[in-house]
Design a protein around this ligand. Structure first.
Ligand SMILES: NC(=O)C1=CN([C@@H]2O[C@H](COP(=O)(O)OP(=O)(O)OC[C@H]3O[C@@H](n4cnc5c(N)ncnc54)[C@H](O)[C@@H]3O)[C@@H](O)[C@H]2O)C=CC1
Ligand SMILES: O=C(O)[C@H]1O[C@H](OP(=O)(O)OP(=O)(O)OC[C@H]2O[C@@H](n3ccc(=O)[nH]c3=O)[C@H](O)[C@@H]2O)[C@H](O)[C@@H](O)[C@@H]1O
Length: 462
């Protein structure tokens, strides 16, 4: 099938690359000219394991193209995905301006051929109907402009569409995780389709046939949940809110463990063996961050408030998470007493390992707090660069290696559980630290090896 993807960020690029890999012909569009130009030259705008190879192969096979042109993206496609960002506004509600602009623009390029316009951006309940309205507005504007005999900016007359727009809106929430986005897309737990009509469902079933009706009879089909638009939109928020709550829950248990002398890692292991609970997302630490959990939990709270409902549980999920970062500072204060004038080595800036994404990264929040308290903070991350953090935290120093960051520091603070940190010999760390203190805010180091090197180990909930 022919697929247009509008917004070539994390979700758009991974979606486009994976759909072209399974045989569809995909055009990825973005209004960021530099990004599109870079992609045409094989430069990935994000760090995502396996993505470069996938994109290169799909481009070489002639099944993946990049463009800044909306007209060609829409006109050539049977399915048009909207995958633009929906960041949080100051009040926690999502900023839908990019979705609005794109939906109107899609409408202005439609003709009589049937297309499914698929919203993959995370948008509040009710957005499907809103997208339909905007697409119709875009189409009506072109028709009205043509009727009035007006001219486009280039002096050419605007042509009236040959036929009224023929489209259906669908919602297809995305569940990929950064750092394992390609794997997640090829191995989904479910595919959710919210649709207005059976025709759209049929198109989406064909698009996702690779997963939902695999040709190889030995391959297990992925469940496809077909529902109405509002339920599909709600499924996305409910999934993220549940996962964020699960992490806040284990962080709360960790905080109790610290007081009573229990070990949260053993508790997570044991309760995780209960199939009703499951082990994943029970790693206590410095709390969750990233581009989605914070904005999506806040957006759900904000949507509920619009409908007169006060989300007590989700508000607690948010506040436990906020508090979890504060606890990292308190642990440092307990160990070092005065923080002003101290040097803290900080390992890990990304919001989690295997990504260079620093959006809402707990590490940056903690670094900012330490800088405000008068510390010198020397950070290291295997993939996040100094240039990425410069604008946000100009006083944060970024070292070229993990050991360089630790040199002469009063404490080492581990904020992201990059596997390479576990491979560094604690003896070499002990040899260069000014004071023998390690705060492991992700419980990722070998406790005994750290203690064996004569370092004081402070983890989370143990
Ligand atoms: N990042 C993730 O892991 C996941 C994100 N999501 C959701 O997917 C959506 C997209 O997220 P990301 O890919 O992370 O966003 P992103 O910020 O990485 O990318 C968005 C892209 O849209 C482009 N864009 C903005 N306005 C445009 C316009 N008018 N025309 C064309 N392109 C435009 C931007 O230039 C950018 O390249 C969000 O709603 C997010 O919540 C859902 C699941 C996973
Ligand atoms: O909507 C989205 O954008 C995505 O949000 C999350 O994916 P992502 O943000 O990439 O990363 P996660 O692996 O979920 O981690 C989120 C945060 O939780 C933290 N976390 C995760 C697991 C855990 O046990 N403990 C914990 O503190 C991580 O360190 C990270 O800061 C969801 O897992 C995806 O399913 C969803 O598609």
């Amino acid at each position: 099938m022919k697929v247009g993807v509008i917004g070539t960020g994390y979700v758009g690029l991974v979606t486009g690359a994976c759909l072209s890999t399974i045989g569809h012909t995909v055009v990825c569009m973005d209004n960021n000219t530099a990004k599109v130009e870079g992609l045409r030259q094989g430069v990935m705008p994000i760090y995502e394991p396996g993505l470069d190879e996938l994109v290169a192969a799909a481009v070489a096979a002639g099944r993946l193209q990049f463009t800044t042109g909306m007209a060609e993206t829409v006109q050539d496609s049977d399915v048009v995905f909207i995958t633009v960002g929906t960041p949080s506004r100051a009040d926690g509600s999502p900023d839908l301006s990019a979705v609005r602009a794109v939906a109107r623009s899609i409408g202005s390029h439609l003709d009589g051929r049937f297309r499914v316009i698929v919203n993959k951006s995370t948008v509040p309940v009710g957005s499907g109907n809103w997208v339909r309205m905007l697409v119709e507005d875009g189409a009506n504007l072109v028709a009205a402009t043509a009727r009035s005999g007006q001219h486009a900016g280039n002096g050419l007359a605007v042509l009236a569409p040959a036929a009224p727009p023929n489209f259906s809106v669908a919602s297809n929430p995305e569940f990929l995780r950064e750092g394992s986005a390609v794997w997640d897309t090829f191995n989904p737990d479910r595919i959710v389709i919210g649709a207005e009509d059976a025709r759209a469902v049929e198109v989406m079933r064909r698009l996702y046939a690779h997963w939902v009706s695999p040709a190889d009879t030995d391959t297990q089909a992925v469940p496809m949940v077909v529902t109405d638009l509002a339920s599909a939109e709600m499924i996305k928020y409910a999934a993220n809110a549940f996962l964020a709550t699960k992490i806040s829950f284990i962080n709360e248990i960790a905080n109790i463990c610290e007081r009573v002398g229990a070990d949260v890692t053993r508790i997570a292991e044991a309760i995780g063996l209960d199939k009703r609970i499951g082990r994943s997302f029970l790693n206590a630490g410095a709390g969750w961050g990233g581009s989605c959990f914070p904005k999506d939990v806040s957006a759900l709270v904000s949507t509920a408030a619009e409908y007169g409902y006060n989300c007590e549980l989700l508000k607690a999920t948010l506040s436990v998470n906020e508090h979890q970062r504060q606890l990292v500072i308190e642990k440092l204060q307990r160990e070092l007493r005065i923080l002003k004038g101290r040097t803290v080595a900080l390992w890990g800036l990304a919001f989690k390992p295997h990504t260079d994404d620093i959006r809402c990264a707990p590490a940056l929040a903690v670094a900012e707090h330490l800088l405000n308290l008068g510390c010198r903070v020397v950070a290291h991350d295997p993939v996040v660069t100094a240039a990425q953090v410069q604008g946000q935290l100009p006083d944060l120093q970024v070292a070229g290696s993990a050991l360089e960051a630790v040199q002469g520091a009063d404490a080492l603070l581990v904020m992201t559980e990059w596997p390479e940190y576990g491979g560094i010999d604690p003896q070499t760390v002990a040899a260069v630290l000014r004071q023998p203190i390690v705060i492991d805010a992700r419980n990722c180091l070998d406790t005994q090896a750290v203690q064996g090197a004569g370092l004081r180990y402070v983890g989370v909930g143990r």
